[in-house]
Design a protein around this ligand. Structure first.
Ligand code: ADP
Length: 253
């Protein structure tokens, strides 16, 4: 459904993405991991056409460079890491923004259907009781759930995650990832997620892409990736030893 054909990105003379090709299948969730600067965010930005790139990306056989921004947003949504909020909308209005792309005119009033969709999205993330609160008064975890509700209201086929769990505490990290996994399976959505934490990546998806120096170094099931020990060279530490040493501390009765 999303076919990446030989894409490259240069920032001045620096090649941040180096002739990457890949095919994402419908309903398949994939995590993208790799060291800082390996090109993960640059790759995601190309998938939703918010960055100039060489090569092509096809969504259902259509070149995304020829798809209008609003039409692309009906198909592809993005959940990023929490950013500082310096505007003040209510929770309800923020989630309603997910419906704008489905409305024909700019200053159209919300339909009953839009309102029901927003209410349902807020129920899904268990925030209906905060619907009239201003988003600047929310905790990081609550704010991220508002943006998740916005994506649910937007109802795209593909959700791109750009480190959405950054700045969330443990409980919300695990909750967010567990929710995204369940929801994507139930609604047949495709999730493509840049996730720093390998354990969270494995919680979200069975398959993982590893990036290095602007290229896809490996794509495989997470258990094969762990077995291959490739992560040691990617991150330049003995990850298995670190994980097992940590586990021993937990297991020390
Ligand atoms: P990752 O998400 O894996 O940390 P990025 O895709 O953000 O990596 O960045 C890849 C490389 O491109 C890095 O070396 C980064 O410094 C560089 N880079 C990213 N954005 C810009 C930019 N706007 N201008 C110049 N260099 C950039």
């Amino acid at each position: 459904m999303l076919k990446v054909d030989s894409i490259s990105v240069y920032y001045n003379n620096f090649k941040a993405l180096d002739n990457v090709s890949f095919e994402f299948k419908k309903g398949e969730n994939i995590s993208i991991i790799g060291a800082n600067g390996s090109g993960k965010t640059t790759f995601l930005k190309c998938l939703c056409n918010i960055l100039d790139f060489k090569g092509n990306v096809y969504l259902d056989n259509k070149n995304i460079k020829n798809i209008k921004r609003k039409d692309l947003a009906k198909k592809i949504g993005i959940l990023s890491q929490i950013i500082p909020i310096n505007f003040d909308f209510s929770v309800f209005d923020t989630v309603m923004m997910g419906r704008f792309i489905h409305q024909d005119r700019f200053f159209v009033s919300n339909t009953k259907e839009d309102e029901e969709i927003v209410i349902n999205a807020l129920k899904t993330v268990e925030l209906l009781n905060l619907k009239d609160k201003n988003i600047s008064n929310l905790s990081g975890g609550q704010l991220q759930r508002v943006f998740l509700a916005k994506i649910i209201a937007q109802n795209p086929d593909i959700i791109l995650l750009d480190e959405p769990t950054n700045h969330l505490d443990f409980k919300y990290q695990i909750e967010l990832i567990t929710f995204l996994k369940k929801w994507s399976l139930k609604e047949n959505k495709t999730i493509i997620g840049v996730i720093h934490d390998i354990n969270l990546a494995m919680l979200l998806t069975d398959n993982i892409i590893i990036m290095e120096n602007g290229k896809i170094k490996m794509y495989d099931k997470s258990e094969n990736i762990i077995k291959s020990n490739i992560l040691n060279s990617i991150y330049n530490i003995d990850i298995k030893k670190y994980m097992l040493d940590t586990l021993k501390k937990w297991d020390n009765k």
